[in-house]
Design a protein around this ligand. Structure first.
Ligand code: TYM
Length: 330
């Protein structure tokens, strides 16, 4: 069995963009791959977090992923900071990553602009930690949305560079980016991606939003001039984004979506998008809410899963320590 690895930041409740771009592939891969998935809390602290809120979010995001029902036989789901090997490998790999490479990362540029008062070193070296996450589990494939492609390419470059010096220590991972849904856009500004940390909640559909909220947000989504429901991301970015959401949620093609709404106008279309999104999210939301009510159960699961993750990561870390010449820990 090949291995898949991916992670999600617990900075806010995941959105339907996270689901359509990544989480649904996490679930799909769990039928055919050994999967290791992580709530990456150490990535989240590159932006200042309220400690109480962070604890709450980690449990909520963990519960939401469980509620998406990846196959438990093949899936390890753990909290990143519970496995110390991530921090250790990240330090090691930072010595094999060039300043210039990190300086080119668009997420660093975006986040520096957003958090101009806190452009810390962690924000800069964030992609090294991400490379460590992936390489620690010998991942063959990494299911992600389009915005993570550059980080994945850097992880591959680091692995190749390291292997070039020491032999085949790391598996070189491949990205898995869906054909549709890899970049779901904001409902209020279709030029920007949908972002769980958007200060305006009207821009995103949170996976825990109520049915009413989902439908209202879709009805208020920015559409384009004209009235025909036609897929054209350049001329009609708002409508095309809603069509993408509708098509994936209902399992229809974009052509079928176009013909479903031929002549019906934007109003009926937007309501239908909201209903389709709600139908997809409703069972996940219900399961997640039940799990969130049992924090002790979640904490017990997390402890067990951290041990399972550690058992996979530890031999890889030992391999790395040995080839670079660190004395073994007794
Ligand atoms: P994060 O938490 O921002 O997002 C989690 C996943 O959701 C995808 N995604 C989207 N897909 C489609 N449309 C959108 N609008 C959208 N927004 C987000 C992301 O591409 C991602 O796959 N750095 C990562 C977390 C991470 C990670 C890793 C991922 C840490 N270590 C190792 C893979 C492997 C991040 O911030 O994702």
């Amino acid at each position: 069995m090949k291995t898949a690895f991916s992670g999600i930041q617990p900075t806010a409740i995941p959105t339907i963009g996270n689901y359509l771009g990544a989480l649904r592939n996490w679930v799909a891969l769990s039928k055919t791959h050994r999967c290791v998935y992580s709530v990456v809390d150490m990535h989240a602290i590159t932006v200042r977090q309220d400690p109480e809120n962070l604890r709450k979010r980690v449990r909520e995001v963990y519960a939401l992923i469980l509620a998406c029902e990846p196959d438990p036989e093949n899936t390890v789901l753990y909290v990143q900071s519970h496995v110390a090997a991530h921090a250790e490998l990240s330090w090691i790999l930072s010595n094999y990553t060039m300043f210039g490479e990190l300086n080119r990362m668009t997420q660093f540029k975006d986040k520096s602009a957003k958090h101009a008062d806190n452009i810390n070193a962690g924000l800069f070296t964030y992609p090294v930690l991400q490379a460590a996450d992936i390489l620690l589990y010998d991942a063959d494939v990494v299911p992600i949305g389009e915005d993570q492609k550059q980080h994945l390419e850097l992880a591959r470059d680091i692995a190749l560079r390291f292997n070039g010096i020491y032999g085949n220590v790391f598996v070189v991972p491949e990205p898995m980016i869906p054909k549709t849904g890899a970049r779901i856009m904001s409902l209020l500004d279709p030029a920007r991606k949908m972002d769980k940390s958007d200060p305006n909640p009207g821009g995103y559909i949170s996976m825990l939003d109520s049915r009413d909220a989902v439908i209202t947000k879709c009805r208020r989504a920015v559409t384009d001039s004209g009235s025909d429901v036609r897929y054209d991301p350049v001329e009609k970015p708002g409508v095309s984004n809603l069509m993408t959401i509708y098509a994936i949620c209902t399992g229809k093609t974009l052509e079928e979506t176009e013909s479903d709404f031929a002549g019906s106008g934007y109003g009926a279309f937007k309501t239908a998008v909201g209903e389709a999104a709600d139908a997809l999210l409703d069972p996940i939301r219900r399961r997640a809410q039940t799990l969130i009510q049992s924090p002790t159960h979640l904490d017990r699961l997390m402890a067990r899963e951290a041990e399972r993750a550690h058992a996979v990561a530890d031999p890889v870390l030992r391999r790395v320590r040995e080839v670079i010449g660190l004395l073994p820990r007794k």
